[in-house]
Write a protein that binds this ligand. Structure first.
Ligand SMILES: [Mg+2]
Length: 371
């Protein structure tokens, strides 16, 4: 089989106004992503998505378009089953993990369709067909966050992530403590609560805040920037520390272990360069006894579904975060894929090959095409 054509589509989908997503980096009110279609000489088309978040990883729709346009001509004529050879070619350029994810997803989609296997079967086989999902509460007043968290728990979610922190400005530490206290009091003790500051606290502020909320039984995600900062915070508190922004590669994972910088890592195929690289990171984490949790970037239901396949192929019970698409005004997936019911995700058709989704092409922008 040979790759004959690659379409690179920019997509832009606004968020539902009441679901604008305020995090430490600011308010996110749309996704500006890239959809890739890889065509083959056997008529199989693989679908992938790049989900860049500029303040998170320095990638944007423009940088993903540029990276993918640079590499697409080199991929024409290659065998799409030669996954690692193609990923090695992409890795001749550093970084750009969101853009690389789009190629990885599309290749897995092709391999799954060619072998008539759903992707979870390419990742080790089905361990569970239902995956609990967390819902994220964006930064608002303590009262508003408590109300939203309560609503999500009533909808069936048993894990709540709450956003905190502020990048590029000082935070009101007392207000951060109040937010955590309000949400914990509202949801009760039976709900797993993760407070994600997205690097938005200085190390000393993080230590001060966390010491005040340790009795509320909260996981603290990426309280501060960098692996050294995480290690400093982890040494000083007893709450569990999760690494997210600081864990995107196998090398990051090794460094986190070497420095004892986190109690858990956040695993996201969309930030880690796709399913293959993520499986390598999971292998390191499992070998070292480092727990991990699944999450996603700001993506459509295409990425949420591809990521769910990976969670379905592993035995971890911590809830995954594949609900980002629910914030968007349009769903570009017209058939198949992830369905969310009472806080639990599954796929519509367990036997559908590949990622198992069909897109509504009317939502895709004009592509740049290479053949
Ligand atoms: Mg996070």
């Amino acid at each position: 089989m040979k790759i004959t054509k690659i379409d690179i589509h920019p997509i832009s989908i606004p968020y539902i106004p009441e679901r604008v997503f305020t995090v430490s980096y600011g308010a996110i009110d749309s996704v500006m992503n890239v959809i890739v279609k890889i065509h083959t000489d056997e008529g199989i088309v693989g679908l992938g998505e790049a989900a860049p978040v500029f303040p998170f990883n320095g990638e944007s729709q423009e940088s993903c378009m540029a990276f993918l346009s640079r590499f697409a001509p080199k991929l024409i004529g290659m065998n799409p089953m030669a996954l690692t050879s193609i990923l090695e070619l992409l890795d001749t350029v550093y970084g750009n993990l969101a853009a690389k994810t789009a190629i990885d997803f599309a290749l897995y989609d092709i391999i799954g369709k060619a072998t008539k296997q759903p992707i979870y079967n390419l990742l080790g086989g089905l361990r569970k067909d239902k995956v609990p999902i967390h819902m994220t509460v964006p930064i608002k007043t303590p009262k508003e966050m408590a109300q939203e968290a309560t609503k999500r728990v009533e909808e069936g979610f048993r894990t709540i992530e709450m956003k905190l922190g502020r990048v590029g400005a000082s935070v009101d530490a007392d207000l951060e403590v109040e937010r955590i206290k309000s949400v914990r009091d509202a949801v009760g003790s039976g709900v797993l609560l993760i407070a994600d500051a997205n690097t938005g606290w200085a190390p000393h502020t993080a230590i001060s805040i966390i010491r005040k909320i340790e009795q509320y039984d909260v996981f603290i995600e990426q309280p501060t920037k960098g692996i050294a900062g995480l290690a400093e915070v982890k040494r000083s508190v007893s709450a569990a520390i999760v690494a997210d922004e600081s864990c995107s590669t196998p090398e990051d994972t090794v460094e986190i272990l070497r420095r004892d910088a986190a109690d858990m890592i956040s695993v996201k195929p969309a930030k880690m360069g796709g399913l293959y690289k993520t499986s390598r990171i999971i292998a390191i984490a499992e070998s070292a006894g480092l727990p991990y949790r699944y999450d996603g970037m700001e993506s459509t239901r295409l990425t949420c579904t591809a990521s769910l396949h990976m969670a379905m192929a592993t035995a971890k019970d911590v809830a995954g975060g594949f609900s980002q698409y629910t914030r968007q005004q349009k769903d570009i997936v017209k058939k198949g894929g992830l369905i969310l019911e009472k806080g639990v995700a599954s796929v519509q058709d367990l036997d559908a090959p590949g990622i198992g989704v069909e897109l509504d092409d009317s939502f895709l922008g004009t592509p740049v095409t290479f053949s």
